[in-house]
Design a protein around this ligand. Structure first.
Ligand SMILES: Cc1ncc(COP(=O)(O)O)c(C=O)c1O
Length: 365
């Protein structure tokens, strides 16, 4: 690299590492020349989008010479209607990742602190540092968010708290009662961002979404996505929900035309298709059981999950096992970047994928 560039780049960017997602199937094919490869590394939906969604996308293809409706009128309308809120309570993002980035950009000044769980979704730390702000990491307790610990960490410099609920990579949830105590204990000067990317998969009735607090005096923002349960990860579309005063401010930092016309059409159609969600949830429920049983037979323990992924304790260096699995055509995620070196995280796939994964894992162990 030209050394001059290093001198020009912001110090905080020099120290960052690019986001590393799960390895794409095409990359492993290129590297290893294997024919059958399954990817269970990025918590994607194993099913393609609903047929209606594909049709709507086809019908919209001839219009992509035009810019999209930057305000996403129809999709925001539909989301608002379902949430019994107003369109001005919703903002669209290029994935919920962009919602998280925009919220930080709107509220967090250099030097301010943002409290986050650790381990949790890996992008929080980098996005906070990009603001020249300070991530304050609160370790999980029994693999769950330590809400009392997060409350205790609040001081004069705190601007925001991010909750990942359910938490990635542990798959654990915050219960209603716990969230109530937390929100009651927090001041109005602090922004609470609840990242609920996996909420559609939750089966536990005690799950506490931040939804009931949107109309409270506290400053709550919820980030959700169509990437997981709606099978639209490749189109990049998510949304934020909050009171109008908050959305109006975040809307000022939203890049022009940040969500494509295809993404908007696909998300709008996906919302109206209950069958796809039903099929997705059924598969997840049944296959979670299959994986639990078969991992137990292999003598492995897991963290019980409320999501479409499972954290597995291999009780040995998980990176080495992941490398060997890749040679066998299975891409999963070692959790060393998440401070869980003995753990892997696997997405719950289709039955065929899960059978293949268990077969290869058994062979290696
Ligand atoms: C906890 C969590 N939040 C948000 C996202 C981002 O999803 P997207 O930007 O695809 O909507 C992910 C993706 O894996 C995630 O795990």
């Amino acid at each position: 690299m030209n050394n001059n560039i290093k001198k020009l780049v912001r110090k905080v960017v020099l120290d960052l590492k690019p986001y590393q997602g799960g390895k794409p199937i095409s990359q492993l094919k290129r590297e290893k020349g294997i024919s059958r490869i399954i990817k269970l590394a990025s918590n994607e939906n194993p099913f393609p989008p609903a047929k209606k969604v594909i049709k709507a996308l086809r019908d919209s293809l001839t219009k992509i010479n035009l810019y999209p409706d930057g305000n996403g009128y129809y999709l925001r309308n539909e989301l608002a209607k379902r949430a019994k809120l107003k369109r001005d309570n919703i903002i669209l993002g290029n994935g919920s990742s962009e919602i998280i980035a925009m919220v930080l950009e709107t509220f967090v000044n250099p030097g301010e602190e943002v409290i986050i769980p650790e381990p949790s979704f890996i992008i929080y730390k980098g996005l906070i540092k990009l603001r020249d702000a300070v991530p304050i990491l609160i370790p999980l307790k029994n693999y769950k968010l330590n809400l009392p610990g997060m409350l205790k960490a609040i001081n004069k410099k705190t601007k925001m708290v991010i909750l990942c609920n359910p938490n990635n990579p542990t798959g654990t949830i915050i219960k209603k009662e716990e969230l109530k105590k937390f929100i009651n204990g927090i001041s109005k000067n602090i922004i609470i961002l609840s990242d609920e990317a996996y909420s559609e998969y939750v089966e536990d009735k005690k799950f506490g979404s931040a939804f009931p607090y949107l109309k409270s005096k506290k400053n709550v923002i919820i980030a959700r996505t169509f990437a997981k349960s709606s099978s639209l990860a490749g189109l990049r579309i998510g949304y934020g929900i909050a009171k109008t005063e908050i959305i109006n401010e975040v809307n000022k930092v939203r890049p022009p035309f940040n969500t494509s016309s295809l993404a908007q059409v696909a998300a709008l159609t996906a919302l109206k298709d209950k069958e796809h969600l039903k099929r997705t949830k059924k598969n997840n429920r049944e296959e979670k059981k299959y994986l639990y049983e078969n991992l137990k037979k292999l003598g492995l323990s897991i963290i019980p999950t409320q999501t479409n992924f499972i954290c597995i304790n291999l009780k040995r260096d998980a990176s080495a096992i992941c490398q060997r699995l890749e040679k066998e055509g299975v891409i999963i995620r070692a959790m060393s970047n998440f401070n869980l070196p003995d753990f892997v995280r696997t997405t719950i796939g289709t039955h065929q994928e899960n059978v293949f994964f268990i077969k290869k894992l058994k062979k290696i162990l």
